[in-house]
Design a protein around this ligand. Structure first.
Ligand code: 13P
Length: 248
């Protein structure tokens, strides 16, 4: 059974005020069919823990170090995140691949650290516009997935969440065609497990979330801009709740 999962990736946005507003908006109702997680910037995680610890809302970080501990100024380890009872950590987001030079090897190491510390990695993969134009989507996505999946045990793989985020769709308002995204998800599923939750990310919003979630291989969404607006995020959750949990 793959329970639908909606994850808010705040990126370097938001504030303590927004966190309070989100808390108020999310805790105004209860949730059954959909898992929800918020990933604010590191600095807000202690307050996130305070606000959400006894709720149905999970939370996590947007990155983690590939090292266990030591002289790595500015980095945050998986063990530190687990001390704050984080559930998830986003790993290998295209913005980190692009701006911070993260390679598949680093990303695989980060996933290992996260799993060792009991966190659920949300591994992000996706092609850029040029790669899409050149018909390389399949090869790029599969090599990104395999570079992590091949180093995991089946038990570890069972915990992994994967997010397909075509780079050209991120923050552009140009979401992928849900049917096309579903095809990529199907490929990712063949390279992972039948039970792996595979999220779509890239301009997901209240208008298109239903169509994405109606695809058989799309198990949720990793949401950027739309998840910075509490009322929109709640609307997306409500739409998702109204659709059935997929059971395979
Ligand atoms: P947008 O929803 O703002 O396009 O961002 C998607 C994303 O990168 C989530 O990780």
């Amino acid at each position: 059974m793959r329970k639908t999962l909606l994850v808010a990736n705040w990126k370097m946005n938001g504030s303590l005020d927004l966190l309070s507003q989100m808390h108020e908006a999310l805790l105004a109702k209860s949730y059954s069919g959909v898992g929800i997680a918020i990933c604010p910037p590191f600095i807000f995680l202690p307050q996130t823990q305070n606000l959400f610890k006894d709720s149905q809302i999970a939370y996590g970080a947007q990155d983690v170090s590939d090292q266990d501990n030591g002289a790595y100024t500015g980095q945050i380890s998986a063990k530190m995140l687990s001390q704050l009872a984080c559930d998830y950590v986003i790993i290998g987001h295209s913005e980190r691949r692009q701006y911070c030079g993260e390679t598949d090897k680093i990303i695989a190491a980060k996933c290992q650290r996260a799993l060792d510390a009991g966190l659920v990695p949300i591994l992000c993969v996706g092609e850029n516009a040029t790669q899409k134009q050149n018909g390389e989507t399949e090869a790029i996505v599969l090599s990104q997935v395999r570079s992590v999946v091949d180093s995991l045990t089946t038990e570890q793989l069972e915990k992994l969440v994967i997010a397909y985020e075509p780079i050209w769709a991120i923050g552009t308002g140009l979401a992928a065609n849900p049917l096309d995204a579903n095809k990529v998800h199907e490929l990712i599923r063949k390279a992972s497990l039948q039970t792996t939750r595979i999220l779509y990310g890239g301009s997901a919003n209240a208008e298109n979330i239903r169509e994405f979630l109606m695809q058989p291989n799309i198990d949720g969404a990793l949401i950027g801009g739309a998840a910075l607006k509490p009322e929109v995020f709640v609307q997306m959750i409500n739409i998702s709740e109204a659709l059935c949990t997929k059971v395979y």
